[in-house]
Write a protein that binds this ligand. Sequence first.
Ligand code: HSE
Length: 448
Amino acid sequence: MAFKIGLLGLGTVGTGTVQILLNPAQRHPLLQELEIYRVGVRSLDKARTVELPTDRLTTDLEAIVTDPNVDIVVEVIGGLEPARSLMLQAIAHGKHVVTANKAAIARYGDEIFTAASKAGVYVLLEAAVGGGIPVIEPLKQSLCSNRIHTVTGIINGTTNYILTRMQREGADFAAVLADAQRLGYAEADPTADVDGLDAADKIAILASLAFGGRIKLPEVHCEGIRQVSAADIAYAEKLGFVIKLLATAKRSSQPQPDAPEQLQVRVHPTLVPKIHPLASVNDVYNAILIEGDPVGQVMFFGPGAGSGPTASAVVADILNIAALLKLGRGCATQSDGTPLLDPLLACSHQHYCAIAPITDLITRFYARFLTEDTPGVIGKLGTCFGAHNVSLESVVQTDVRGDQAEIVVVTHNVCEGDFRKALDEIHAMEAVSRVASTLRVLETTESK
Ligand code: HSE
């Protein structure tokens, strides 16, 4: 018996998925039991790089998710709607769902997984984070005996490509972004990538799996890379760092032993020590470093996007579901009639994680100021930081830009709230013309 796939979308990922499904040789034998039953597309007239019988294609996507013959709906159209509604309809019709849609899962995961648990179906999403890198299933299964304490990732290829080129070429953000758009590495509208929103969706999903609770996306602190300049990259280099857009989810240290646990979930450009394993992840590659007890550090590295890599993850999810269906375990029920799902594959949490405000973060900062080049300015900065409990590790004036002095400060571990209060006062100082940038610094010990 073949398992019937209803594929929604025949773009980059859909095409890669069909290419694997049509060419099962030397892959897992279960692939031969999958049938591309219907494929939902926006237009029937578009030229395709995969050959499918024309009667399989339809523009009626609702007909696919409600078709009684379809076993597994594969949603690779992306975006919020109609993807969300189609997934919910598929679930309501008893279909298992495979999706690559991080934006819809990060926003509507509660609704989608609640519906799936009720209907007794699986919603698998390996392709939603890290493209071809297996990280969702490892978090659910291979690492599930661990108490995870930190997930740190470079999970957006576009920004990693831009930052890598800025580093190598000494070029500024705007010039590299324009060239990346010309070369097809960045979207015409790069907002979701360069402003960190794509990485925020992905870290919300990873945090949810790592810490066993739902995450409210608006509580994820998110900063992109537009403020990172060639000057910052050059200073960071001299100080022994590279700048990466890091997405981090970790257990926050508890103010009192019996205080409720909070998580930090955040995306921001970060100075990463050159000796850190994430520092050498360059170009469009992604990597996710997971730290848990007792496993220690485990790093996953690979292509975070693209047709083949993302399809590799999509088809793995389809096979996981097909394997359960083959065993007759696709829709088991408990004695009280409620659905019984494999707890290592299905979502089993309903509560929301408490997220600590970013002002509670304890971290080191790098800051660059443009000031008057007059005696006493460094002293004023130091006094202001000191008054707010911000201890400085180093203060250097290495450059003069016109008649302006450029002063770079690196702090010890400080409370972000204190650092921001000091910055507010520094902003208002007559001698300071600009706070040119503030970036957080990852310590090799921060992740322990
Ligand atoms: N836009 C994403 C990135 C790829 O640049 O990594 C898909 O998740």
